[in-house]
Design a binder for this molecule. Structure first.
Ligand code: A2P
Length: 328
């Protein structure tokens, strides 16, 4: 993919006529390990650094801080509302059509914004509806719910028509689940994006090719190989940022392995949303527009793919719509 991207201009088109910045700040931090105000400070610094895309969710428990930071940066004249792209997410417990708009309205109320730029189905796996985000029975087993992705999607379409959201997408959907939506009779708005794990150790060759054919942008989560928090990360996969090849390419350009990993995806049109709440690393991750990888380097990094996920979500692998049993 040939394109000139800069710190000021790095958006790519979406199929609905809107566009999305190729790099965004991820805002999920373990709520038990993140002190109050941390995500607020991180988002403010990110915007000052030049980020114009913030990835958040109601289920991250810090959406109020993220919204406050965005609003303050608009109020102080750093940017206008239309210059920043916010992605919010519909959680598993809000899949029934009647709960979709109230869930989005809850996000808007928490952010204190009038609309979000992108709203995505966070996972294809419905849970027991309600305000308990992780419903479990007495034995500790997750309580699932009948999943009707097409019905949920129609409720989202109505939210776009009502002006609460500019673009609609999905996350953690496999090919079959994407096809289900794309082939839905009377489909009004196509999903513009699919947010999935994507980095040099999990390059998503098949899903990426399929999504390119269908004009669906891939947004890569965990683009740095996650926090390696053993409570939810598969640690059989070695640390991405210690990879020998990435280290040698990083030395050549006087960059870090994190910057090389992000640049790899950006250069092939994959959006990245690295999470950092650390000031130096927030800046480091955005500093990827003053070098470019050669075709051979892109191929070599592509060759690092191990087809192993850091984020397997195995605790939900018995859900009928668990997305990762399929090849892609
Ligand atoms: P921190 O917030 O302390 O910077 P991912 O986006 O793949 O989920 O990775 C996020 C993890 O990587 C977080 O633990 C984050 O910690 C850390 N991280 C973010 N940026 C960098 C970087 N440039 N170098 C090393 N680690 C980073």
């Amino acid at each position: 993919m040939k394109m000139e991207v800069t710190g000021k201009n790095h958006s790519i088109p979406l199929s609905d006529g809107n566009s999305i910045p190729l790099i965004g700040l991820g805002t999920y931090g373990n709520p038990c390990m993140t002190s109050q105000g941390t995500s607020y400070e991180a988002v403010k610094l990110a915007i000052e650094t030049g980020y114009r895309h913030i990835d958040g969710a109601l289920v991250y428990f810090n959406e109020h801080e993220v919204g406050q930071a965005i609003r303050e940066k608009i109020a102080d004249g750093t940017m206008k509302r239309e210059d920043v792209f916010y992605c919010g997410k519909l959680w598993n417990t809000f899949h029934p059509p009647a709960l979709v708009r109230p869930a989005l309205e809850k996000t808007l109320e928490t952010l204190q914004l009038d609309y979000v730029d992108l709203y995505i189905v966070e996972m294809p796996t419905a849970f027991k509806p309600g305000d308990t985000f992780y419903p479990r029975d007495q034995r500790g087993k997750y309580i699932y719910h009948e999943t009707d992705l097409c019905a949920t999607w129609e409720a989202l379409e109505a939210c776009k028509d009502a002006g609460l959201v500019k673009s609609l997408g999905v996350s953690n959907f496999n090919k079959r689940q994407l096809e289900l939506l794309l082939n839905k009779p009377g489909l009004k708005h196509k999903p513009v994006s699919n947010q999935v794990e994507c980095h040099p150790y999990f390059t998503q060759p098949k899903l990426l090719e399929y999504c390119r054919q269908k004009d669906i942008v891939i947004v890569g989560y965990s683009p740095l190989g996650t926090s390696r928090d053993e409570s939810w990360v598969n640690l059989k996969c070695p640390p991405l940022l210690e990879d020998e090849l990435l280290m040698s390419i990083a030395r050549k350009y006087k960059k870090t392995t994190a910057q090389v990993s992000l640049r790899f995806n950006v250069q092939r049109g994959v959006v990245v949303i690295p999470k950092s709440f650390n000031p130096a690393r927030i800046k480091e991750n955005f500093d990827i527009f003053d070098f470019s990888l050669s075709e051979d380097e892109m191929k070599a990094i592509d060759g690092l793919n191990k087809n192993i996920r850091f984020v397997e979500l195995l605790m939900w692998s018995d859900h009928p719509e668990y997305p990762f049993h399929d090849d892609y």
